[in-house]
Write a protein that binds this ligand. Structure first.
Ligand code: ADP
Ligand code: MG
Length: 742
C-alpha cells in the first residue's frame, strides 16, 4: 500500500477470509478494495423481529401470510409418492419443534443444496399436512456458512438471537462456488467495517447535509449493512442514493460546462438553400417543426456549440428538420454529416434526402461499410476535399481513412444505439485546420420518447426540442392483438388490402441467440405466403444476411410498389417510409420489446389510407394458481409465467395507445430503467440504489445541488469543498476525462 493511498483503497485481500480465490471472484464483480466491499449493498434484510418460532406457526396455517422461521437442518429425504412423483423433504427444527419443507421439482438438486446442521432462514406460507407443518417451496437464506470455516470469530447465531437485522447480499453461482455466501459475506463486510470503518469521511459540504437532512456518510455506510432499525435502513439508503445521484449530476454538470467552453461556429442563418428547399416542399411545415427549426437556428447562430436532442415520435417529420439544419451549415461553407445506426437506414435516409435535395441541386454522398473500394474511394476523396457537402453514413464514418474538410454539423439518428464514446469520435474527426479549433454543432434525433428524468441523465448535457405534432392528414393506425390460431383471418384481411392496391409488411423477430431458428421461421413464413394465400402476388423476403445490393434492390422495389408483401426480420425497424403500405403484421409479437413494436407500427399510417397493425402472438394462457395447486409451479415455470404476462401487457399496451410517451412509461415499469437504454455503456457510473424513476424527487434535488456547485465553484476551491474536491478528483474525474475526450 503506498503511503498516499486512502485506507479504504486497501486491496480486499487485506480483509480476513478473503484469499486469492475469493479475491478473484470479487474482482470479476468489480470489487477490488475495501471501499468496493462497503459499496456492495445488501439486496434485502432479514428482520429478526419478524421471525416466528415453529411452534407458533399453527396460527398462520392457511392464512396466506408469508412468515419466516429460523431453523437448523435436521434431516432430508427424497420420497416417491404412489403416483411416482418425487418430492424432496427437508426437515428443519428450532429449539422446540420441527416442520417439513417440500420441493416437488429439481429434487436432486435441492437435496444437494443442504447440509445437516446448517442454519437457514425460511420464508413462505404454512400449511398443515396431516398434522405436520409444511412449507411448500419456501425461499431460503443460508445463515451459517456452508463450507467449514473455523476462523469465524463472529457467532452469527448469537448475533441473530440478539434481535439484529441481517443483511442479505446477492449471491451469484461464482460466489457460492468459493463460499462467498450467507454468513461469510456478512463477516467479510463486518471485518472491513471494524478494521477500516474509522477512515470513512464525510465529503459532502455541511450545508447540503443540513439542508437536505442527510445522514452522515460515516454513519450511513455501516448502517446500510448492519442497520439497527427500519428507520436506519431508510435513512442510510436515502443518503447513499443521494450520493449516487449527486455525483452523476456533478459529472453531467462538468460535461455540460466543458462542452460550452469550447468555441463553436457562429453560422449565419440566411435565406439561402434552406429557404429554397422550404419553398419547394410539397407540404407545409407543421407548427412544431417551425418551432424546433427556430430553436436549432438560434443554437447554430450562437458562438457556443449546439448540443441539442430532437425528440419526435415516429413519423413526426424529423428528417426534414435535420436536412434544413444541414443546409444552414452548407450555406456557410461547411460540411454536414448524418449518421444512422444501420446500413439499411443509412441507405434509406440517403435515398430520401437525395430526393429532397434534388430540386436545389445538392448531391449528398453515402459512406457505409459494405461499399467496395472503388465505390468508396471517390466518396472519401470528396469528403476530404470538401466537395461533398452532405455525407450520410454509418459507423463507417469513424474509419481511419475518412477525414473531413470542414465539418460544421453532426446529425446522429437514434443516438441511444451509439455510445457516448462514438459520438466523441466524430468530434475528433471534425478537428481539421479549416474549422480553426471550433467545435461542430450536434443534433441528435430520437424517436423513442424518453421520460424527463431519464433524458436528464442520459442526455443531461443536451438541450431538448420536441416535435409533438404529427403532420396533418395522418390517420391513426388501428391496432389489434390476435392469437396464432387466428392467422388465417389475419392474412385474409391482408389480402383484401393488397387487392385494393395496398402493400403489406410481415415482420418476424430475429435475435442474436437464436438467429438460425429465427431466420428459418421468416423464410418458412415467406414461402408459406408466397405459395399460399398470396400466390398471385409478389412477395419478397428481406433479412440481415443478404448483401447490400439485394437489400437495396428489394427496398427500392417495395417503395415503387413492385412488391406487394414484404416479409422481413426486424431490419425495417426504423426509418422506412412507404406511404402506400397500410398493413403491418407482426409475427411472434410477444417477443418484441415495446419500443420496437411502437417503431414497427410507425412504418404504416404514413399515407392517406386507413392503416392497420396486427400483433400475432403465440402465447398459451398459463394459470399460475392451477399450477401451484398441481404442485408443478417451479421457480422456472413461475418466471416463464411472469414473462408471458409481461408479453401480454406489452401487446395490450400497444393496442391501447399510440402515444409514444405512455408507451415509454410502461416500458420503464416493465423493464426497469437499468435496461432501458443500456445506461451502462453510456459512460455513467452505475446506480446501485437510486432509481431514475422512483427517486425522481431526490434526483431533482441532487441536480440542483450539484449544478449550483459546478456553477459557483467549478474548481472546488472553497474551503468547504475540500473533502468533496479530494473525493471527486480521485473517483469521478477519470470518468469525466473519459467522456470528455472530445
Ligand atoms: P420521422 O423521421 O420523425 O419518423 P420522417 O421525417 O420520416 O419522420 O417523416 C415522415 C413522413 O412525413 C415523411 O414521408 C415526410 O415526407 C412527411 N412529412 C414530414 N413533415 C411533413 C409535413 N409538415 N407535412 C406533411 N408531411 C410531412
Ligand atoms: Mg426518421
Amino acid at each position: 500500500m503506498s503511503p498516499s493511498q486512502h485506507p479504504l483503497d486497501t486491496p480486499v485481500t487485506y480483509v480476513k477470509r478473503v484469499g486469492p480465490r475469493r479475491a478473484n471472484v470479487f474482482a470479476s464483480m468489480g470489487i477490488h478494495t475495501i471501499r468496493d466491499v462497503l459499496h456492495m449493498y445488501p439486496r434485502k434484510y432479514l428482520d429478526r423481529r419478524s421471525i416466528v418460532k415453529i411452534r407458533d406457526l399453527w396460527q398462520y396455517v392457511d392464512t396466506g401470510t408469508e412468515v419466516t422461521v429460523v431453523a437448523t437442518v435436521r434431516g432430508k429425504d427424497i420420497v416417491r409418492s404412489y403416483k411416482k412423483r418425487e418430492r424432496f423433504i427437508l426437515v428443519v427444527g428450532d429449539e422446540q419443534s420441527f416442520m417439513d419443507c417440500i420441493w416437488f421439482r429439481r429434487t436432486r438438486t435441492m437435496e444437494r443444496l443442504f447440509r445437516k446442521g446448517e442454519r437457514l432462514a425460511l420464508s413462505g406460507q404454512v400449511t398443515d399436512f396431516k398434522g405436520t407443518l409444511q412449507m411448500v417451496h419456501p425461499s431460503f437464506d443460508r445463515l451459517t456458512p456452508q463450507k467449514d470455516d473455523e476462523e469465524d470469530e463472529h457467532n452469527w447465531d448469537e448475533m441473530f438471537n440478539t434481535g439484529r437485522i441481517l443483511p442479505i447480499y446477492t449471491e451469484t453461482a461464482d460466489m457460492k462456488e468459493v463460499g462467498l455466501e450467507g454468513g461469510v459475506l456478512r463477516s467479510i463486510v463486518m471485518h472491513a467495517l471494524e478494521k477500516y470503518g474509522h477512515s470513512i469521511e464525510e465529503y459532502l459540504p455541511e450545508e447540503i447535509i443540513r439542508q437536505r437532512n442527510l445522514m452522515l456518510y460515516p454513519q450511513a455506510l455501516p448502517a446500510i449493512h448492519f442497520p439497527r432499525s427500519g428507520d436506519e435502513i431508510q435513512r442510510s439508503r436515502q443518503r447513499l442514493k443521494y450520493d449516487e445521484l449527486f455525483f452523476l449530476q456533478m459529472l453531467l454538470g462538468y460535461r455540460r460546462r466543458g462542452a460550452r467552453l469550447v468555441p463553436g461556429i457562429s453560422f449565419m442563418v440566411k435565406s439561402g438553400l434552406a429557404r429554397n428547399l422550404v419553398d419547394q416542399l410539397p407540404f407545409k411545415l407543421t407548427e412544431a417543426q417551425k418551432k424546433v427549426i427556430k430553436e436549432i437556428a438560434s443554437d447554430m447562430e450562437s458562438s457556443k456549440p449546439m448540443h441539442r436532442l430532437l425528440q419526435g415520435d415516429v413519423g413526426s417529420g424529423k428528417t426534414i428538420v435535420s436536412v434544413l439544419s444541414m443546409l444552414v451549415a452548407v450555406d456557410n461553407g461547411y460540411q454536414a454529416v448524418f449518421m444512422a445506426p444501420t446500413e439499411i437506414l443509412a441507405v434509406q435516409h440517403f435515398t430520401t434526402i437525395r430526393q429532397l435535395l434534388e430540386p436545389i441541386g445538392i448531391e449528398p454522398k453515402l459512406l457505409i461499410g459494405s461499399q467496395k473500394k472503388a465505390e468508396r474511394e471517390p466518396v472519401e476523396a470528396s469528403v476530404a476535399n470538401g466537395e461533398a457537402k452532405i455525407v450520410i453514413g454509418t459507423h463507417a464514418l469513424f474509419q481511419e481513412s475518412v477525414s473531413f474538410y470542414k465539418l460544421g454539423l453532426i446529425v446522429i439518428d437514434e443516438q441511444h444505439r451509439f455510445g457516448v464514446m462514438q459520438r466523441l469520435r466524430l468530434y475528433e474527426k471534425a478537428k481539421t485546420p479549416e474549422v480553426n479549433g471550433r467545435a461542430p454543432d450536434l443534433l441528435v434525433l430520437t424517436a423513442t420518447p424518453i421520460p424527463r428524468t431519464l433524458s436528464l441523465t442520459l442526455y443531461g448535457d443536451l438541450d431538448t426540442s420536441i416535435l409533438d405534432e404529427r403532420p396533418p392528414g395522418r390517420k391513426s393506425v388501428k391496432t389489434a392483438v390476435r392469437s396464432k390460431n387466428e392467422r388465417d383471418k389475419v392474412y385474409a384481411f391482408a389480402r383484401d388490402e393488397v387487392n385494393k392496391g395496398r402493400q403489406v409488411y410481415v415482420v418476424y423477430p430475429l435475435i442474436e441467440q437464436s438467429q438460425k431458428v429465427d431466420l428459418k421461421a421468416a423464410k418458412d413464413g415467406y414461402e408459406e405466403l408466397q405459395k399460399g394465400i398470396f400466390k398471385e402476388y409478389i412477395v419478397a423476403l428481406l433479412h440481415g444476411k443478404m448483401t447490400r445490393e439485394e437489400n437495396e434492390d428489394i427496398m427500392a422495389r417495395f417503395r415503387d410498389g413492385r412488391i406487394d408483401v414484404l416479409v422481413a426480420t426486424t431490419v425495417i425497424e426504423v426509418g422506412v417510409d412507404v406511404p402506400n403500405a397500410t398493413v403491418m403484421i407482426i409475427e411472434h409479437a410477444e417477443r418484441f420489446g415495446l419500443s420496437q413494436l411502437h417503431q414497427l407500427r410507425g412504418r404504416v399510417g404514413r399515407g392517406r389510407d386507413q392503416s392497420y397493425c396486427i400483433l400475432v402472438h403465440y402465447l398459451n394462457p398459463f394459470n399460475k394458481a392451477a399450477a401451484f395447486n398441481r404442485g408443478t409451479l417451479t421457480e422456472r415455470s413461475f418466471e416463464k409465467a411472469e414473462e408471458k404476462e409481461k408479453g401480454m401487457v406489452r401487446l395490450e399496451t400497444i393496442a391501447s395507445t399510440e402515444d409514444g410517451f405512455k408507451i415509454a412509461e410502461v416500458d420503464l415499469k416493465l423493464r426497469g430503467p437499468g435496461d432501458f437504454f443500456g445506461v451502462r455503456q453510456s459512460g455513467f457510473p452505475e446506480l446501485k440504489l437510486a432509481s431514475l424513476i422512483d427517486d425522481r424527487e431526490l434526483l431533482y434535488i441532487a441536480r440542483t445541488d450539484a449544478f449550483a456547485i459546478v456553477k459557483n465553484d467549478p474548481h472546488l476551491r472553497e474551503h468547504s469543498h475540500d473533502a468533496l474536491r479530494r473525493h471527486f478528483e480521485h473517483y469521478m474525474k477519470p470518468l469525466l476525462e473519459l467522456t470528455r475526450a472530445g
